[in-house]
Design a protein around this ligand. Sequence first.
Ligand code: ZN
Ligand code: ZN
Length: 437
Amino acid sequence: MFLRFSASVLSLFLSASMAAQTKPAVTAAPAQQQIAAAADAMRPRLIAQRRDFHMHPELSNREDRTSRVVAERLKAIGFTDIRTGVGKYGVVAVLKGGKPGPVVAVRADMDALPITEVNDVPYKSQNPGVKHACGHDIHTTVELGVAEILFSMRDKIPGSIKFIFQPAEEGPPEGEEGGAGLMVKEGALENPRPQAIFGLHVHPQVQVGQLSYTPGAMMASSDHFILNIHGKQAHGAHPELGVDAIVVAAQAIEALQTIRSRRLTGTDAFVLTVGMIKGGTRNNIITGEVAMEGTIRTLDESVRKKVPGWMNETLKGVTEANGATYDLRFIGPYPVTYNDPKLVEETLPAMRRVVGNANLSLAPPEMGAEDFSEFSRIVPGFYYRLGVGNKAKGITAGTHTPDFDADEESLVIGVKTMANVLVDYLERHSRQMPAAD
Ligand SMILES: [Zn+2]
Ligand SMILES: [Zn+2]
C-alpha cells in the first residue's frame, strides 16, 4: 500500500516537475545559459581584476584609483550613462535594455580597511597598512563582470539596470560624510529610480559554491555614540572638593547595561558596547572629564528608536545623583539591513537555478551592520551572502582580519548569481507591468 502510494506520488511529482521544467525553460534558459558561458569565459579576467583591486586597496572616502578603474572599465564596456563623484567617489551607471520594463539596481562597495596584510600571496596589498579585508574587491569585480555580461545581452533585457559602486561602506573618517547615505542624498536612487535593489557580501564561513540568505532583518542597525561626563577636578586626596568623573563614568557604564538586561525582553537582539574610555591625567588628580564612545546594535527599528530616550533617562539619573552632568550625541547611524521577504521569496528560484538547492541555505541574522540598509530602506532590497571560504585550501579567516582571503572561484559564481537575479527580476516584473501604448 505504502509502495503503491509513493510510486503514484512519485509519478505525479515527476510529471509535475517535467511540466514545470518545460514552462520557464522557454524564457529563462537561454539567458541563463548565455550568462553561464560568458561568466565561465571571463574567469581569468575576473581573477586579474580582483587582484588588481586587492593590490591597490584604498581607505573609505579615498577610493580615487578604484573609482577611476571602475568608471574606465564601464566606459570600455560601452556604457554611456555614467555618473562619477556621487557621494565623493561613488559611480552610478545605467544600462537601458532593448525591451520595456522596470528599473532594478545592484550595489557593490569599494573601500578597504586600515589593516596590514599578512598573507604571502602574489597579489598582496601594495599599499602598506591597508587591505581589502572585507572582500569589497570581490564585490566590485563581480559587479563589473555582471555589467559587462548584461551589456552584451542588452537587446534582450526588459527594463533598465542601475549599477551603483559605493565608497566608504566601512564608515567615513571622522568629520567627513560618506557612504551609502551620502550617495542617496546626492541622487544615486533618482533618475531613474529603481523599484528594487540587490547586493551581496562575501562570507568566509560560507563555503565557495554556496550562498546564504536571511529574510527580514539580516544585519543589525549600528549607532555610534559619544558620551562625555563632566565632573569637577580636585586634588586626589580631597574628593570632597570635586566630582570624580571616573566614578560617575563607572556607574554610568554599569547602568547603561541595564537597558539590555532590564528594559528589553530576553529575546530582543540588542548590544550596547562602550568601546572606548578616556579620562584622567595623573594618579593624584581627581579628573573632571571622562570621554566615552560606543556602539548600539539591534535588529528591530522600533527598539532602536527607544534607545536614546532610555540612555538619556539613565545618564540623567546617574549624573544628577553624583552632582555631575553629561552630554550624549549620536553619529554615523546605519539602519537595520532589512531584506524584503516578498522580494527574497521571488528571487530564491533564480539563485537555486545557479548554485543548486543544496547550496542555498537560510542563515540567522547577524549583529554586524551594513550601510546597504541606506538603500534598502528606500526601495525593497535583498542582500545575500556569497560563500568565499574553502577549508581544504585553508581559506577560513574572518573578515576584518590581517589574514582574510577569499577563494577566487567565488567570482564566477558571484557574477552568474547576480546577473541571473537581475534578469530574472526584470523578466518577472516586466510581465506584470501594464502594456505601454
Ligand atoms: Zn567590513
Ligand atoms: Zn564589508
